[in-house]
Design a protein. Structure first.
Length: 103
């Protein structure tokens, strides 16, 4: 194995170790916080879903949300489509307002 490959492999290993430590620390802090507050324990992924829900309700587009969340394709973002219940109606209303302004 070349020196370059060894360096890349050790870098990858260190990055993986740091990520694992971060996840463990986050899990431990959530356990501690939930225990102190009496709040039901949730998964880290649930926080991610809540974050997307908040962004949807704040009016951000699916494309912008997908970019923020690091989704590899729009298909992943559109799994949250149930959070956009009034999107079509809002678009229609906006188009109607524009057409009425031009009259």
């Amino acid at each position: 194995m070349t020196k370059r490959r060894i360096q890349l492999r050790s870098l990858s290993s260190r990055t993986h170790e740091k990520k694992a430590m971060l996840v463990h620390r986050l899990w431990r802090e959530m356990e501690r916080g939930c225990g102190k507050s009496g709040v039901k324990r949730i998964r880290v992924h649930d926080l991610r879903h809540s974050h997307v829900s908040m962004l949807v309700h704040m009016g951000f587009s699916a494309v912008a949300i997908g970019a923020r969340m690091g989704h590899e394709s729009q298909d992943i973002t559109f799994r949250y489509v149930h959070l956009f219940p009034n999107e079509q109606e809002n678009m229609a209303d906006s188009l109607q307002e524009i057409s009425e302004m031009r009259r």
